[in-house]
Design a protein around this ligand. Structure first.
Ligand SMILES: CC(C)(COP(=O)(O)OP(=O)(O)OC[C@H]1O[C@@H](n2cnc3c(N)ncnc32)[C@H](O)[C@@H]1OP(=O)(O)O)[C@@H](O)C(=O)NCCC(=O)NCCS
Length: 167
């Protein structure tokens, strides 16, 4: 799903005064995606991946290689850098594990909500039955974001919750 369609712009918007376009990622975004993840703060990486990751090359290569994956990027139209990524990786059951991260200086401007909306729409079109993900219980931003799309807490491990969004 990531191969050919990266020229189609899903949405254009202004976030914190910056012009942003949202589209699918494709192979040619490899270096930009690695740069994006490497430029995130430790806190954002920790909340996104539940751990501290230093080298993102294998992660990005794996993401771009998976046939059942939807990777949506937000790009600053002036600097051309990727400033947000939302992904859904399909599994054998027809569900997709999802994750989202926005560069700190673009956070709390509505970009996460817009990317999640597009991810949900595209996931439905791709035929995924539900989206699921894991978030820290203290991650209020991720929790509020997920609730906007009908997320339910399916398991509560104390520090970590599994949330699901039926599609
Ligand atoms: C979660 C994340 C993607 C949200 O992106 P964003 O661009 O800030 O999202 P929005 O501006 O659309 O905000 C979404 C909602 O979360 C709330 N929110 C965002 N950050 C928040 C924070 N730090 N504390 C409390 N609420 C927060 C917003 O107020 C908004 O809720 P509202 O519309 O009811 O006011 C971003 O904070 C991020 O990258 N976090 C680190 C990675 C992560 O936690 N990913 C999720 C797990 S995979």
């Amino acid at each position: 799903m990531t191969a050919n369609k990266c020229n189609e712009i899903f949405e254009r918007t202004i976030i914190k005064g910056r012009p942003i376009r949202i589209r699918l990622a494709c192979d040619k975004d490899r270096e930009k995606l690695i740069k994006f993840y490497e430029s995130l703060s430790v806190e954002t990486i920790y909340n996104r991946f539940m751990g501290v990751i230093r080298y993102f090359d294998p992660y990005v290569d794996n993401l771009l290689r998976k046939s059942k994956s939807l990777v949506i990027v937000a790009e600053d139209e002036e600097s051309n850098e990727i400033v947000g990524v939302a992904e859904a990786v399909g599994d054998e059951s027809g569900a997709a594990e999802s994750g989202i991260a926005v560069l700190e200086r673009y956070q709390r401007g509505g970009l996460g909500t817009l990317m999640a909306k597009i991810l949900v729409e595209k996931s439905k079109e791709a035929g995924f039955k539900k989206l699921y993900g894991y978030i820290f219980s203290h991650n209020l931003g991720a929790y509020r974001l997920a609730k906007k799309f009908g997320a339910r807490i399916k398991r509560d491990y104390g520090d970590i919750m599994r949330i699901e969004i039926p599609l």
